[in-house]
Design a binder for this molecule. Structure first.
Ligand SMILES: [Zn+2]
Ligand SMILES: [Zn+2]
Length: 288
């Protein structure tokens, strides 16, 4: 996790820094600045020790948190407050979705959370278990559930993000969700150290280089890299075998990058990748 810092404030500062340099991502980043503000005030309200006690897995079991065990009744009020905040600064689509949820009765307002928690950790299985119609409808509201759950799970995850020594999976050992982005950095004992960063709680774990995090392809000529002249420190790592891609943020090129934010800002790489018929390993919080 971000050493000694509040992740939301750090992300917001990075988004503000990137704004004048990334014309393609202006709308995205402006919205993200407001979103991280809402997420920060939500993070301050999370009763970390109460809830971490509820969702802790047994010693040695992974993921360490059973996120679907979060107490839905206790999430109701903070969720409503979060929707009210987002309804004030979002894009027109985001605002109208928030209003639609706010006009629902109390129990139905929680449906997006129920659906997101029901599908937790199963991102790789969509298709084989496409849920009933009700849950499908809630997919339109997935953004609100995910943006709301991120600070909650992150706050709880920060308590213990030490990596189990033998963790080689492609999902987060803390919360069970897939990675958002890969990160390259030089460490004293490992040049070009590669890790994956969780899409929800930002936990990082070491992951083998030259290996597709989706299908584990290792043949170099099946793993093309795409870069754009405009962004030196973010690239696309694609896999010709499973047609997935993940963006990599290279901290050796820009040590001030904040991977989840730089990933979000490099939207032209997503456009390129999707034109090539590639599917992102995990869409980011804004659905890109
Ligand atoms: Zn996680
Ligand atoms: Zn692959």
């Amino acid at each position: 996790m971000t050493p000694g810092g509040d992740p939301w404030r750090l992300r917001r500062a990075r988004a503000i820094h990137l704004l004048p340099h990334t014309p393609h991502a202006e709308e995205i980043l402006s919205f993200y600045v407001g979103l991280t503000e809402a997420q920060e005030s939500l993070a301050d309200r999370v009763p970390v020790s109460d809830w971490s006690g509820l969702i802790q897995s047994r010693e040695g079991e992974f993921p360490r948190l059973r996120v679907p065990g979060l107490p839905l009744e206790e999430l109701a009020l903070p969720f409503r407050d979060f929707l009210s905040t987002v309804a004030e600064f979002g894009t027109e689509t985001i605002k109208s979705g928030a209003h639609a949820l706010l006009s629902r009765d109390d129990d139905r307002q929680l449906e997006p959370l129920r659906a997101a928690l029901g599908a937790w950790g199963k991102a790789e299985k969509t298709g084989e278990d496409v849920e009933d119609d009700r849950e499908e409808q809630e997919e339109d509201f997935y953004f609100y559930a995910r943006a709301f759950l991120e600070p909650i799970v992150t706050s709880i995850a920060q308590a213990d993000s030490s990596q189990p020594t033998d963790w080689t999976q492609n999902f987060c050992f803390v919360c069970g969700e897939p990675p958002q982005v890969a990160v390259l950095r030089d460490l004293p004992d490992a040049v070009g150290h590669r890790s994956l960063m969780c899409s929800i709680c930002a936990t990082e774990w070491r992951f083998q280089r030259l290996t597709c995090p989706h299908c584990r392809e290792t043949e170099a000529d099946k793993l093309p890299v795409h870069t754009a002249d405009s962004i030196a420190h973010v690239r696309v790592d694609a896999c010709a075998t499973c047609s997935r891609y993940v963006k990599t943020v290279d901290l050796r090129q820009d040590g001030t990058a904040v991977p989840l934010v730089d990933e979000l800002a490099a939207v032209e790489l997503d456009i390129w990748a999707q034109e090539q018929g590639l599917t992102k390993l995990r869409a980011n919080v804004l659905g890109l």
